[in-house]
Design a protein around this ligand. Sequence first.
Ligand code: ATP
Ligand code: FE2
Length: 320
Amino acid sequence: MICLGIESTAHTFGIGIVQNKTVIANEKKSYQPEKGGLHPRKTAEHHAEVCGEVLEKAINKSGIRIEEIDLIAFSQGPGLPPCLKIGAVFARTLAKKLGKPLIGVNHCVAHLEIGKLFTNAKDPVLLYASGANTQVIALESGKYRVFGETIDVGVGNMLDTFGRNKGLSFPAGPEIERLAKKGEKYVELPYTVKGMDLAFGGILTQAERVKEKMENVCHSLQETVFAMLIEVSERAMSHTQKKELILGGGVAANKRLNDMCKIMCEERGAKFYTVPKQYCVDNAAMIAWTGLKMHKSGVKTPDTRIIRNYRTDMVKITWK
Ligand code: ATP
Ligand code: FE2
């Protein structure tokens, strides 16, 4: 069975094609604003412009003919409404033209499902640390529950804002990591875990204010926010009695965060997995793969309107 998936929740417009358990195409184009954050309408215009060419590239890469596609899947939410709409309209049009079923996929659930595909983890806790999102997710009572999440910004966006205000290159995560390696002194920053949730705003303010060598600030910033991520992940693992952790999202590229996850898992006798980079960040292969699994378990999407605040725990997990 062949499923074509469409991703358009934020800056990335992607088309992925999955044949059974193999990704045969994963193409994308991302909108990069010259400065500042994402402008929803401009990002949507970008997606509308590139969707045709991304489709063509994906089909060429896959080596299949478009008529061979059995199913169309699309990111139904959560995301920026103008961007989601471009993806939904594109998906409906394609499904209609090909006469194939259309299935709506939750973007966050898709991050988890593709993580499982590439790691062979059976029942993991996912620490999803990207630019816009920071969540700790795991399956409980037939739903992926969010055990903890940021209550203000995503950890990556916080690092990027810090970098922007300090004149570092964008995205700032990799440069902060490079500088942090040379740091040798820890400066006190607020540690803000509230219950199971995380907040990064206060840390950002303090890190920008503190009078200290940049290397030391970057080191302290990483140590503080990663320790918070680890604490919440560990508590979710302990609560659910799960023995696997997957690290995903763009911030997963950070070596120090990986090491901290590894240490925590070793201490608990758990397994630690990472997902290949192109499947860690926003991609459409994950939408195609999740759509395929959903379809096989009998899920249908009678209402294909976008769901801007589509929460992870709104999806009933009927597949293995
Ligand atoms: P999503 O919509 O899934 O939240 P996103 O675009 O917000 O996606 P990603 O593309 O998953 O986020 O990741 C980008 C983020 O990852 C940026 O904030 C960037 O600074 C951060 N990042 C990349 N490399 C590193 C690194 N080595 N260390 C820390 N952060 C990193
Ligand atoms: Fe994402």
